[in-house]
Design a protein around this ligand. Structure first.
Ligand SMILES: [Zn+2]
Length: 140
């Protein structure tokens, strides 16, 4: 999916900066902290501020764009609440990667599980198995 389509799908006003940020997130499979992201974006847009990066990421997160990027790439280190991770385990090379779950999605999910099971939940762990990006590339 093209950056433009992702933004339009999420009803986010398209700006060149937002496209650039989104592209960098995608290219780096989410393995990109806010500061490095800022450094890269400011090479193209020297006037962009760190605050704008934060705001954009927050916007992306609130609209589910970050999640879309994370899911598409299988990874997302960037910009997430540390509260809860799903752990991804590569079944080929056994590498693991923790992908943060947005707090709001988690809350809904847990409430749903709790109400359907009657369990009062005290802790949670989510492990997902698959092929890491490196191994899937080798397989292709
Ligand atoms: Zn692997």
């Amino acid at each position: 999916m093209k950056e433009l389509d992702i933004l339009q799908d999420a009803h986010i006003k398209v700006t060149p900066q937002r496209i650039a940020i989104l592209r960098l997130l995608k290219e780096n499979s989410g393995h990109l902290g806010v500061k490095p992201l800022y450094n890269l974006v400011s090479q193209q847009y020297p006037n962009i501020s760190l605050a704008t990066i934060y705001k954009t990421l927050e916007l992306f997160r609130s609209k589910g764009v970050l999640r879309a990027v994370a899911v598409a790439s299988g990874e997302a280190n960037c910009c997430s609440s540390p509260d809860f991770n799903s752990r991804l385990v590569c079944s080929t090379c056994k590498s693991t990667f923790d992908i943060p779950v947005p707090e709001i999605d988690l809350k809904e999910y847990l409430e749903d599980v709790s109400s359907r099971s009657g369990y009062r939940l005290t802790s949670q762990q989510l492990v997902l198995y698959g092929l890491c990006p490196k191994c899937s590339r080798q397989e292709a």
